[in-house]
Write a protein that binds this ligand. Structure first.
Ligand code: ADE
Length: 246
């Protein structure tokens, strides 16, 4: 997976991506991150990339030309027109399904805005997807771009040590992940659930599935509506929830 990030802060992108799991994936060349500095493409003497908005109002708008030229510098080297994601609070909310879809691309361009936005004309020309990472406003698109790249990278084969772990976790089947425990068996008087120490594989699996269902019902009931539960599981959950109420 090759990421190309159009940004005014390329060092922020590179410093954020080159540590931990994504850093190792870059070293192993499973992913690459090309941070393109939009400012390198301004023709202004003072390296200006923004100007006042037509119609008035607060703040500055990123101008179309440097953004377009930065995009063109990478797109001209590609065989087909790339998917270009503009990260903006005005986009569709990012989720695991979107990450899986983006992970199918060989190359992905992410455009980061700053100031009060980017001239709409260049967005209309190059952007294929508008994506938000949640209903809150950040100072720029760099953190959202990194959130997306982190999430997409871990779906690239070989990036996680354990290839099955990307499948069997939160949001797989619309259920949250079950709780995890490690040594010691007792910590400050709190014991690891007995079933996990039993060595009985089928019972462990059953317990984990039940915990996933219970947690989803408690913390994300909106997800549970989309999860597929057996009749027996539905009954078990109803009984559990009743017990909690009483
Ligand atoms: N830029 C500023 N805030 C953002 C958000 N929540 N998601 C994506 N891009 C943004």
């Amino acid at each position: 997976m090759k990421f190309h990030v159009l940004t005014l802060f390329p060092e922020m992108i590179l410093n954020g991506m080159n540590t931990s799991i994504t850093g190792r994936a870059m070293e192993k060349e499973l992913i690459s991150v090309n941070a393109v500095n939009i400012r390198d493409f301004t023709k202004s003497k003072h390296l200006k990339v923004d100007d006042y908005p037509y119609g008035g109002g607060a703040g500055l708008v990123m101008q179309a030309e440097p953004v377009y030229l930065a995009y063109e510098s990478i797109a001209e080297k590609m065989e087909k027109k790339p998917r270009v994601v503009f990260v903006t609070p005005c986009g569709n909310t990012f989720n695991q399904t979107m990450a899986e879809e983006f992970a199918k691309e060989e190359e992905l361009v992410i455009l980061c805005g700053h100031y009060e936005g980017i001239d709409e004309r260049v967005l209309e020309m190059i952007v294929t997807d508008r994506v938000s990472i949640g209903d809150y406003v950040l100072t720029g698109g760099e953190l959202p771009a990194m959130v997306m790249m982190d999430c997409i990278s871990r779906l690239v084969p070989g990036v996680l040590h354990n290839d099955v772990s990307a499948e069997f976790e939160s949001f797989h089947d619309n259920l949250l992940e079950y709780p995890q425990y490690s040594r010691p068996e007792e910590f400050m008087g709190k014991r690891v659930p007995d079933v996990l120490l039993s060595g009985h594989h089928a019972n462990v699996e059953k317990w984990r599935r039940e915990q996933s269902i219970l947690r989803t019902a408690l913390y994300r009931p909106d997800l549970l509506e989309k999860a597929e539960l057996t009749q027996k599981e539905k009954e078990w959950l109803e009984q559990k929830m009743n017990e909690k109420e009483n």
